[in-house]
Design a binder for this molecule. Sequence first.
Ligand code: SAH
Length: 474
Amino acid sequence: MTTAFPLFLNLKSRSVLVVGGGMVATRRISRLLESGAQVKLVAETCSPVLAQHIERNVLEYRQGRFTEADLDGHLLVFAATDDATTNARIASAARRRGILANVADAPELGDFITPSVIRRDPVQIAISTGGASPVLSRLLRSRLEAMIPRNFGRLAALMADFRHKVRERIGDTIARRRFWEKALDGAVAELLYAGHDQQAFSELERQLSGTPGQPIIAGEVYLVGAGPGDLDLLTFRALRLMQQADVVVYDRLVAPAILELVRHDAERIYAGKERNMHSLPQEEINELLARLARTGKRVLRLKGGDPFIFGRGGEEIETLTEEGIPFQVVPGITAASGSASYAGIPLTHRDHAQACLFVTGHLKDGSMNLNWDAMLQPAQTIVVYMGLQGLPVLCQELIARGMAADLPAALVQQATTEHQRVLCGTLETLPGIVAEADVQPPALLIIGEVVRLQEKLAWFHPAKEAGLPGSTVD
Ligand code: SAH
């Protein structure tokens, strides 16, 4: 069996013929123009985009049907008319003249295909499935798209800028390769991915001036939101940083399945946060992160949900800023979004809620210090984090201050996970329902008219499907 020969063509100033003026031709032509080819188009009618190209004189155009003479002087031809017979005729005429042809919708009739491409200019990854299936190549493409950072191509630009300097300063080939390997897989790359080009350049400059001799210690902290539980809800960036960290400092809320995805040889430090049982006081966590980074480690601070929503992420990076330690913050899906989506409770709704309030229902000495006036506003949804213990107090207070006792409210237990349960009631009834239900934390409270929609919109029923009792209140 023979396999296709992969290659990337330099088409700068080379003549390429495209026959046909529809969608396929338009797509091919835009790529051809980007690669600097001189395009001649032969078509009876043209798409609006092609008409613009013609008007702006970026390609040569002959209106009419294909004739063999059109092939003269071209390196390649794309047969992209909507008539299969014409396309086949173009391909065989091209072959007689030794010109390579591509045939739209019938790759087997031509000499080459245009692969599915993942672009991180100037880096490109081309995929071929040997003609087996466009679906397969699309699937592969979406996986690779997910894995390769958006700004990956900037690494190439950075290397181009520094290549000369690096070669001058590091004579030894192996040392030079090591230098690049480290640069392209560490802090420099991360800075580029996060869009800090200037800092990446200075960091590389700094690393370069310290070479050879002792390696420069450049620790950093990634403050990453791990989402509410379901690992499919991690961001691409979170996953990437999880796989390159040297040490992870994590909370109780981070699901074990998510922790599994952290690089296997990374050191693991549990920072706790059990209710009433803070394993590590916040100040110690702040200091720990800074200390680890100072020793040159890539420190992953992994938090449940989003680090900036009731996550004290702000305090943790404040210490880092004070010490000049580089860091980045990766948002996560917060429990409110996760619970709302997976419970089928839209947080806002044209008819029911024009605003949404996130509050913490943490009890302090048996009472709750909340902005009650803000909570009593009509037409809004209230989401209460850390409100399980204080639920009876909270509902009582709201009713006492004038909120309707029959206002719908729901408690979502362990949202987005296989243990999710949604308990629905009203301000009056919910505390009783919850008391009966042996709820396992974490749990989030949602109050407002939107809770009524749950009955209709619920779509995620893990416990029910597994035959367990009480996944939703019927
Ligand atoms: N930073 C986190 C919140 C931390 S506070 C975030 O953005 O989600 C901890 C509270 O979050 C818990 O008491 C609970 O109210 C809520 N919570 C976190 N994960 C949850 C989940 N999977 N289901 C329901 N509530 C959750």
